[in-house]
Design a protein around this ligand. Structure first.
Ligand code: PBG
Length: 328
């Protein structure tokens, strides 16, 4: 490092706005963001999620309007989640892999109207199973990973057939990336990419999402498959495994409480790294702003900038549209 003498005064470089702009090391642009969309069955539905003010569940027609807004702001893609009513759920989550399923229909509709917008789809079962766990359970009420992987292959294939560009497995099932890559390649969908939620912690910050997607486990929790928030080295093993299995891109989740992991992963691999500003992070900032304790715009942009500065190539955020409106 260059030695710094007491003659240096950092403030010289901060006093003027033009100087600050010239010397700014990190920036946000609309192409950094991906917008998650919660889908519901029906027509003309746009219902606000009580624990996530400003975020809505959309029927496909309404989701298409949101896609138009995303495209107008040059957001490169949307990440789809299906929200099921309780009659559509079963022990396996079979509604997830139907060719006329909610996410599949939405993807086809988006591809038809917005062929240049990337469609990413979350691949997990917790929104589709009647017990709310991320896969099939065995008789001991523990997740049966081989059976879950088979279902994940069904799900991946149905997504690829519906034109999904990027499959994002989020269930932390060992071997999930390889299982998906194998079925995609065998079915000649070699151009479909995998964004693995490789480093996903068992986090309290998913609370509002589970309300939004009605996906909270009916018993127990997800600590038997998601990572322990106390662990760092374990993340590197997850990273290596998913890259070895063929992941094209890696996700760290949540973002703000795990900036150290974003930085670590950035330094340890040359693959694109994404960070998910999860529901709890969004709601925390939103609620505090609504109460008048924080400035929403300032706090949001600062948190997104921090995620970028930590080393993320892209950020999944519920506030993508608003953030874009405030850039530049
Ligand atoms: C599905 C999934 C979850 C999230 C993304 N995919 C919930 C969970 O693991 O319980 C959380 C996203 C958020 O909190 O915004 N497994």
């Amino acid at each position: 490092m260059t030695p710094i003498s007491s003659l240096h005064r950092p403030r010289r470089l901060r006093r003027k706005s033009a100087m600050r702009a010239l010397l700014r090391e990190t920036g946000l642009r609309s192409t950094d963001f991906l917008l998650p969309i919660f889908l519901v069955d029906g027509q003309g539905i746009r219902s606000e999620i009580s624990s996530m003010p400003g975020v809505f569940r959309h029927s496909i027609d309404s989701a298409l309007q949101l896609c138009a807004e995303a495209e107008a702001r040059e957001i490169p893609g949307v990440l789809l989640f299906g929200v099921m009513d309780s009659q559509s759920k079963d022990a396996q989550g079979s509604a997830s892999w139907q060719s006329d399923g909610l996410v599949q229909r939405a993807s086809l509709a988006i591809k038809e109207q917005f062929p240049d917008l990337l469609v990413l789809a979350d691949a997990c079962f917790c929104e589709y199973t009647d017990h709310g766990h991320c896969g099939v359970l065995n008789t001991h009420q523990d997740r049966d990973d081989p059976a879950t992987l088979e279902n994940l292959q069904r799900l991946a294939l149905s997504y690829a057939e519906a034109g999904v560009d990027v499959i994002a497995p989020s269930g932390m099932v060992d071997g999930m990336v390889q299982a998906i890559r194998e079925i995609l390649d065998a079915a000649r969908h070699e151009n479909v990419a995998i964004l693995s939620y490789a480093i996903k912690y068992a986090s309290a910050f998913y609370g509002p999402f589970r309300d939004a997607a009605d996906s909270a486990p009916s018993f127990g929790d997800r600590r038997a498959y998601q990572m322990d928030p106390a662990n760092r080295r374990e993340a590197f093993r997850e990273l290596q495994l998913d890259l070895a299995e063929g992941a094209d891109m890696i996700m760290v989740k949540p973002a703000l409480a795990y900036l150290d992991l974003i930085r670590d992963v950035r330094e340890r691999c040359d693959f694109p790294v994404f960070a998910y500003q999860v529901s709890g992070e969004y709601s925390m900032l939103r609620a505090a702003s609504q109460a008048g304790f924080l400035d929403w715009k300032g706090a949001l942009l600062e948190s997104l900038l921090a995620i970028k500065r930590a080393g993320a190539d892209g950020i999944i955020t519920y506030a993508a549209l608003e953030a874009c409106d405030w850039l530049s």
